[in-house]
Design a protein around this ligand. Structure first.
Ligand code: NOJ
Length: 556
């Protein structure tokens, strides 16, 4: 396979609302990103994934678009966006924009027209159905609130929304919708963007007959209220007629052929939920997207060493990637999940565990994505009460739990842990008021640990988490073996250590990572430690003892 620029890229997700505000309205903006390009350049990242900045009522923080070809005023202007593309390119950084194609906002003019009657020109642009006996047509559920169907009296029909009721699903079986969206994608690609992150891309088309989702083994319908997500969304267990439909796979290939291929090496990453290697195989490869975001690390709530190691082993082993032109992609954090240090590391040993996670990710094969603030070791936030939270998913869940009789304190503890706001608190730039994020009132409060955890402090310290990220990114650029080399785990059964050999024609590298907060003993390696050249960190392994959360990269 011919190498592509994005295979060795280290991406960085910018949650625009929370990155850097420049006009004092408490909301991050495009000029804020431009002002921080030198920081991102010094960090060493190659591409920025910028979360939605289009017009939107912000029911789901911009993943509910009401005008695809616009820049919302709180983020700036189209001229600002064009300046961002140009300035980023000058700094050697590519721009990847976030595209939400499964649904629009219910405030999009298309939906306003569509819902007005059964015979308007946009009547068939969304997924409408009469329902059955005064009930929704099937048992499909919304990710945020009960049934995926909402009734509209004007049409005496239900519309489909796999997310909130303010996010109606577009009807991808309508050619006019397909053409409109394809032309909109070209609008942005013509502006010089280098790639797209495609939101829930494996959900585009559903079963034409709107059949229920059921258990494959018994034919019984899935009762989503009483079935855990691990089971309900496991494609080997449940026949899911909403996600991963063969027509969706065909539509993605069509999109690649009719839009993306015309733009050469454009990078496309499809968010896929749920995603198995078989699903990724349908979506990624010669005629498909560049990579897929799977949810495996997302679903792992805490550090379970065996499972943590198994995920990467599975993805590396199961795909004929390198032959079919497919490629893997790894990340540990994004705007939808709690902070990685709080989940997989330890808040009390924040610095050590953040560095360990950095070493894991930045020595993994494939394309890598970091999430803003992870390079500082930012942690989850704990707002004192539900009023502090804005994430629709956690606010809705809290209401549901309390309504179902759960004591408020228990419901609150549950949502505090899973809230997406954990990752969405403003970036911590310095020790000044609101962490240097804004001169106004931030849209979401800053985590109150900002005075000891911020960029300015990290830049001044030689041993900071930030310094570790910089060194590891540099090492990854220097040793492409970390990107392209074979992946062979040594001692796969080890209960604390991840020991991996990476090899290509240029080098043989060994990584040793203690995934736990306890000292680990290094088993006898098939080479002498003394013969290995230490690449990271400065100190090498001493007497086969691996301290808690320590990580090493060496060359044989
Ligand atoms: C995935 C996005 O990352 C998430 O933030 C959003 O709520 C859903 N897709 C719906 O668009």
């Amino acid at each position: 396979m011919k190498k592509k620029w994005w295979q060795e890229a280290v991406g960085y997700e910018i949650y625009i609302r929370s990155f850097q505000d420049t006009n004092g309205d408490g909301i991050g903006d495009i000029q804020g990103i431009i002002s921080r390009l030198p920081y991102l350049q010094a960090l060493g990242v190659d591409m920025l994934w910028v979360t939605p900045f289009y017009q939107s009522p912000y029911d789901d923080m911009g993943y509910d678009i009401s005008d695809y070809e616009s820049v919302a005023p709180e983020f700036g202007t189209m001229a600002d966006f064009e300046q961002l593309v140009q300035s980023a390119h000058q700094a050697g950084i590519k721009i990847v924009i976030d595209m939400v194609l499964n649904h629009t906002s219910d405030e999009h003019p298309w939906f306003i027209a569509s819902k007005s009657s059964k015979d308007n020109p946009k009547a068939d642009w969304y997924c409408w159905d009469d329902g059955k006996d005064g009930q929704p047509p099937n048992n499909w559920i919304s990710a945020f609130e009960g049934s995926a169907w909402t009734y509209v009296p004007e049409r005496e029909q239900y519309y489909l929304h796999q997310f909130s009721r303010k996010q109606p699903d577009l009807n991808w079986r309508n050619e006019e919708v397909v053409k409109e969206i394809f032309s909109m994608l070209s609008f942005w690609l013509d502006k010089g963007v280098d790639g797209l992150r495609l939101d829930v891309i494996n959900s585009l088309l559903e079963d034409v007959e709107l059949r229920d989702n059921y258990f494959i083994a018994t034919g019984e319908l899935v009762d989503y209220e009483n079935t855990s997500d691990e089971i309900a969304f496991n494609p080997d267990i449940v026949q899911d007629n909403t996600r991963n439909h063969p027509d969706t796979f065909a539509m993605i290939r069509r999109m690649c052929k009719e839009v993306f291929e015309k733009y050469g090496d454009v990078f496309t990453v499809g968010e896929c939920w749920p995603c198995t290697p078989a699903v990724a195989d349908e979506i990624v490869g010669e005629n498909g997207l560049s990579v897929a975001f799977n949810f495996d690390y997302h679903l792992l709530g805490k550090m379970e060493v065996a499972n943590f190691k198994e995920i990467i082993r599975k993805w590396e082993a199961s795909l004929e990637w390198r032959h079919t032109g497919s490629w893997n992609c790894y990340y540990l954090s994004n705007h939808d999940m709690p902070r990685q240090v709080s989940r997989f590391g330890s808040e009390s040993e924040r610095i050590e565990s953040a560095k360990m996670l950095a070493a894991f990710l930045l020595t993994a094969p494939g394309t890598i994505f970091l999430y803003q603030g992870e390079e500082l070791g930012m942690t989850d936030v704990r707002f004192p009460n539900i009023k502090g939270y804005q994430d629709i998913q956690c606010v809705n869940l809290y209401k549901r739990l309390v309504e179902s009789g759960k004591p408020e304190a228990e419901a609150f503890a549950e949502i505090q842990k899973m809230s997406r706001d954990n990752a969405r608190t403003p970036m911590q730039w310095d020790s000044s008021k609101h962490a240097g994020f804004t001169t106004g009132k931030p849209w979401l409060d800053v985590n109150n640990n900002y005075q000891e955890l911020n960029v300015a402090l990290a830049e001044a310290e030689e041993d900071s988490v930030l310094a570790a990220y910089k060194s590891l990114i540099k090492l990854r650029k220097q040793y492409k073996t970390l990107v392209y080399g074979s992946y062979e785990e040594l001692f796969p059964e080890h209960e604390q250590l991840l020991i991996v050999q990476r090899k290509d024609e240029v080098a043989t590298l060994i990584t040793i990572i203690n995934l736990t907060g306890e000292i680990a003993n290094l088993p006898e390696l098939p080479f002498k430690l003394a013969d290995a050249k230490n690449l990271y960190p400065k100190e090498s392994v001493v007497k086969s003892i691996i301290p808690p959360f320590a990580a090493y990269v060496m060359e044989l």
